[in-house]
Design a protein around this ligand. Sequence first.
Ligand code: P6P
Length: 340
Amino acid sequence: MHLGTSITQFIIEEQRHIQGATGDFTSLLNDVVTACKVISNAVSKGALVGVMGSAGSENIQGETQKQLDVITNEIMIRSNEWAGHLAAMASEEMDDIYPIPAKYPRGKYLLVFDPLDGSSNVDVNISVGTIFSILRCPGEGDAPSAQAFMQPGTKQVCAGYAIYGSSTMLVLTTGHGVNGFTLDRDIGEFILTHPNMTIPADTKEFAINASNQRFWEPAVQRYVDECLAGKSGPRAKDFNMRWVASMVAEVHRILTRGGIFMYPLDSKLKQQGGKLRLLYEANPMGMIVEQAGGVAWTGYERILDIEPTGLHQRVPVILGSKNEVETVVSYHQETVGKAA
Ligand code: P6P
């Protein structure tokens, strides 16, 4: 029986292309993969094990934490702190960085993650996911600080997400394209099912939270109006709209069949800089999208070029099919210098 390529085999074979690889990265990635399997198991049991609903606490973003936010954060920490590959971790669910405890050896990588993206959907059984990004730790051996994480997205050595949907999948890039793996629960292993995922340059599907329409900047207003005008409008084609309120699900759809996802800056978000977080949402998803032939901008600049200023910094996000994102960006650039 043909077992297919497991993610373990895939990662080890990838490692062979990396000059001087010590196996550190491969082992780290396998620990992250294990954490995603444990999270998939916790999420899939849902109400059966009483983990739904609020944890009765708030994270630094001022968002009410779901019990599963806290549980999945714990799973990521416990699965990755002991092996000696990391200097520190950072998470949407933790105010500050998590330096590796002194009882464990300290390694040369940093792991930053959103342990359960879209968790507001978990009680209503809509797909959620784990987003992760791996950076090299500068100043190896020094006690890491939040400053060590302040690296642009172009410095990521790996980006990936797990999506806990009708099937559990893990999508990964180490800078050589994007590959998707499906969890075979019978053997407890992710199997390569979507090699070399690429995003079509054109699309007829856009994703935006239309309830924010009255706050949008003119460029976004113009773009969406043109999509809604359909065949008889300037785009001369009809569009479809999606909004799942789970970035992982939106990005996975775009990787699978194309599309554009927008959480743009708007007058309601101007103060905080945007809705989505740079380090553990925009950057990893931006790397994955670019590696799949797509584009990821804020509307004004390439997301991966942004020099971070804080662990929980927020940015606008417009990503997906190249030609469509470039259209939205061109509309933003036409408004630069004009009064809003
Ligand atoms: P809204 C989930 O909380 C998230 O961070 C992304 O996964 C998702 O795209 C967005 O926020 C949804 O935001 O305002 O539609 O609830």
